[in-house]
Write a protein that binds this ligand. Structure first.
Ligand SMILES: C[S@@+](CC[C@H](N)C(=O)[O-])C[C@H]1O[C@@H](n2cnc3c(N)ncnc32)[C@H](O)[C@@H]1O
Length: 352
């Protein structure tokens, strides 16, 4: 039985702002518009990222499973999708942002990442806050607390990434044609409080069981009515997005105790050791799509794609047809992606 008014919920829960690479936040209403007349109750967001598409489906009363191979992302899924009613209070915030005499603090970030991403003071602050968050008992509150820390770290980074040792871009005294020095220099606690507010505003109960998983997509079961697929993108020049390379610092934060052993000390920017992925290699991505679309052939498939992606759209449609699907293409208006000079069209490929 539904004990509340869904329309009211829709207007209350607002998805947080995001600077995550490849986020579909601007497209969630359009994606919903494309799938809303299909018959489905359970939905898997198989490459969940920020969770904005999963959240949009949750707003529509679907039973949503979020998944992402990166642990930090799956924690975002816990905070915003699986979480029904755990918020961060002012008291929690005061615990997170202050040092406590009964907790012992490591200076791992300060020692390891000097001059790489953040200033010494900021690294010191990160060691304290990451330690406090690990002391929060309630897993959903802890997830919300991590969420705000990830967003605060991302917003203070040039390009919003951790792919280079480039703190100097923030600190050197030069004329800039890009970036946002005010945002970079805004203190961590200010950003943190803001993102806690955004997260609290996004948490709601939709009357259904929703959950967050942290698996390689190929290890997921295939019992969902609809599967939404938004793989890492490889441009027509063959350049792929390696999400672990871009966001390793956040993945390290959520494995603070083992972080030290997972770092590739040959890399100047002290990233995590990277295995490479079938989704970032132009030689293997087509085969990965073949396996993936076969794996989920019993579900309705909704695939976000770019008009200039590898493999091309016609090949994706062919693979869908080989799996017995009828294919419908939806094309959004033209959008220019951040850092990209070319215009690229966002496509939603539906296989029914
Ligand atoms: C294009 S992004 C998804 C963006 C998301 N739709 C959004 O709007 O925020 C692709 C995501 O796939 C995840 N990913 C990469 N390889 C994966 C795999 N083998 N299994 C599951 N997730 C994977 C990445 O961590 C990344 O967050």
């Amino acid at each position: 039985m539904c004990l509340f008014d869904l329309t009211e919920i829709d207007t209350i829960a607002k998805f947080p702002s995001t600077r995550y690479q490849g986020s579909k936040l601007k497209y969630t209403d359009w994606i919903w518009h494309c799938v809303k007349d299909l018959s489905f109750e359970t939905v898997l967001d198989a490459f969940g990222g920020t969770g904005c598409v999963a959240h949009r489906m949750k707003q529509e009363g679907k039973s949503v499973t979020y998944n992402d191979i990166l642990k930090f992302n799956s924690i975002i899924g816990k905070a915003l999708i699986e979480n029904e009613d755990c918020f961060i209070s002012d008291r929690d915030l005061s615990f997170i942002l202050n040092k406590h005499s009964n907790i012992s603090y490591s200076n791992f970030i300060e020692r390891t990442f000097a001059d790489i991403y953040f200033t010494d003071d900021e690294n010191h602050w990160l060691d304290i806050v990451a330690t406090n968050i690990r002391h929060i008992q309630n897993e959903y509150k802890q997830a919300v607390a991590w969420f705000a820390l990830f967003q605060s770290c991302i917003i203070k980074r040039p390009y919003n990434l951790f792919h280079r040792k480039n703190l100097y871009i923030r600190t050197q005294d030069v004329e800039r044609s890009f970036g946002n020095k005010v945002t970079w220099d805004t203190p961590f606690p200010t950003h943190y409080r803001h993102f806690i507010e955004e997260a609290n505003a996004a948490i709601f109960f939709n009357g259904k069981k929703n959950r967050s998983l942290n698996k390689n997509v190929f290890n997921l079961s295939n019992h969902y009515d609809l599967v939404y697929i938004d793989t890492p993108y490889i441009s027509e020049k063959g350049i792929g997005v390696d999400y672990l390379d871009f966001y390793h610092f956040l993945e390290g934060l959520v494995d603070y105790e083992n972080w030290e052993n997972r770092i590739d000390y040959q890399s100047k920017h002290k990233r995590l050791k990277i295995n490479g992925s079938e989704w970032t290699n132009p030689q293997t991505i087509e085969h990965s799509f073949e396996c993936l679309l076969q794996q989920f052939k019993d579900s309705i498939l909704a695939i976000s794609y770019r008009s200039d992606g590898i493999p091309n759209i016609y090949r994706i449609c062919e693979i869908l047809k080989n799996n017995g699907k009828q294919v419908v293409l939806h094309e959004s208006r033209k959008m220019q992606y951040v850092l990209s000079k070319k215009q690229s069209t966002e496509i939603l490929i539906i296989g029914k």
